[in-house]
Design a protein around this ligand. Structure first.
Ligand SMILES: [Zn+2]
Length: 153
């Protein structure tokens, strides 16, 4: 597919999100693996004289990342308010026997504040987008265009 995928600043939390932009069609997906924010712009109708997009945006409420001992990862973007019941479920999943707790985490995001509920998010998790971008450029070298920010969890 003709797309550019780079890290971008999350409009919800200001940390690093992932943007997947399809330059031939103008379609775009943005997901934030820090706060759970997601946005999509997709083609609703495309005829010779009309191009209509459909946009959908969900604010971030947190993320759940569960890594199994075998290495399989499951990521859940919490894009609606988390209930106590859901939180209990995530807690149970987190402590399951097949989960590597050291590589898993449950983070909540509310009113602009992150709360680590369980586990250990990676170092990059805590960086603002600007700091993250500097770190990536220092690590991988400066790209030809400054929007080409590498993605790293
Ligand atoms: Zn975010």
């Amino acid at each position: 597919m003709a797309s550019n995928i780079y890290a971008t600043k999350c409009p919800c939390c200001g940390r690093s999100a992932i943007e997947d932009y399809y330059y031939k069609t103008g379609e775009q997906y943005t997901i934030c693996i820090r706060c759970g924010y997601n946005y999509s712009k997709t083609i609703k109708k495309w005829t010779t004289d009309c191009l209509e997009y459909k946009e959908e945006e969900n604010e971030g409420n947190g993320v759940v990342v569960l890594e199994e001992k075998g290495g399989n990862r499951k990521k859940i973007l919490l894009d609606s308010v988390v209930t106590d019941e859901q939180l209990e479920d995530y807690k149970t999943s987190f402590w399951a026997e097949n989960i590597n707790q050291e590589k898993s985490y449950v983070v909540l995001f509310k009113d602009g504040v992150f709360t680590v509920f369980l586990g250990y998010p990676p170092e990059n998790f805590y960086l603002s987008f600007e700091d993250y971008r500097e770190k990536m450029f220092a690590k991988y070298g400066y790209p030809d265009y400054d929007f080409m920010v590498p993605i790293e969890e």
